[in-house]
Design a protein around this ligand. Structure first.
Ligand SMILES: [Mg+2]
Length: 220
């Protein structure tokens, strides 16, 4: 592959590789139902989901004071953990991982999901062998991943522009900018395309469309 300038790929997990968007919206609706509140639509969910997740809960209109945020986080993650195995990988994810791997390009995961469960679910899907490192958070509050990103890029020891980050959120774009990586966003995940194209032109509707572009070597 002559024109591919990247030496390492950093992947986001939720909404980029794992299709858990419907599940996350459904769990929120159960939380709202228990509080006698109106449900949100999937489309609205993709408009208001953001990082830090605390801000998303605020957007939903849930009170977060007096330990409510921590309680909501536990409530959310308990249901998520019991249902996550019903989620699938997005079409084209395995093929894209395999594609980079066949080119000898190393790959890793940088996620705001907690480390232990992240490692477990990646193993569940048989993808561990693709990753040099799996970087999650040490808690369930999904505040963001800039700090872990900074640490990881330092360890990788690669130059600016040698790393490509693949994600599904504005936060992924911000992390990439912060650590000097290029980025590609897939708009099939937790945030609507209308939000993503406000920060970057590198937005693809699906993993398969990105893979096709890679194979055609148009921009990479
Ligand atoms: Mg994501």
């Amino acid at each position: 592959m002559k024109n591919f300038r990247f030496k390492h790929i950093i992947w986001d997990w939720n909404g980029t590789m794992l299709d858990d968007v419907f599940l996350c919206c459904d769990i929120m609706n159960n939380i709202l139902h228990r509080r006698n509140r109106q449900p949100i639509t999937l489309s609205h969910y993709r408009d208001i989901f953001t990082f830090p997740v605390r801000e998303y809960y605020k957007n939903v209109g849930l009170p977060l004071d007096n330990g409510n945020f921590e309680k909501l986080s536990v409530e959310f993650i308990d249901e998520y953990e019991s249902r996550k195995n019903y989620c699938n990988l997005y079409p084209g994810v395995k093929e894209t991982l395999e594609y980079f791997s066949s080119l000898g390009i190393s790959q890793s995961v940088l996620s705001a999901y907690s480390q232990h469960t992240l490692v477990e679910i990646i193993e569940h899907f048989g993808l561990s062998r693709y990753f040099q490192r799996i970087n999650g958070l040490d808690n369930i509050y999904a505040a963001g991943k800039i700090d872990n990103g900074r640490k990881w890029i330092k360890e990788l020891g690669l130059k600016k522009g040698e790393v490509l980050l693949i994600g599904d959120s504005v936060h992924d774009y911000e992390v990439a900018e912060e650590i000097g990586a290029a980025s590609v966003l897939i708009s099939a995940g937790h945030q609507a395309e209308t939000k993503l194209i406000k920060v970057t032109q590198n937005v693809y509707p699906s993993m398969n469309s990105f893979l096709l572009e890679l194979q055609n070597l148009k921009n990479y």
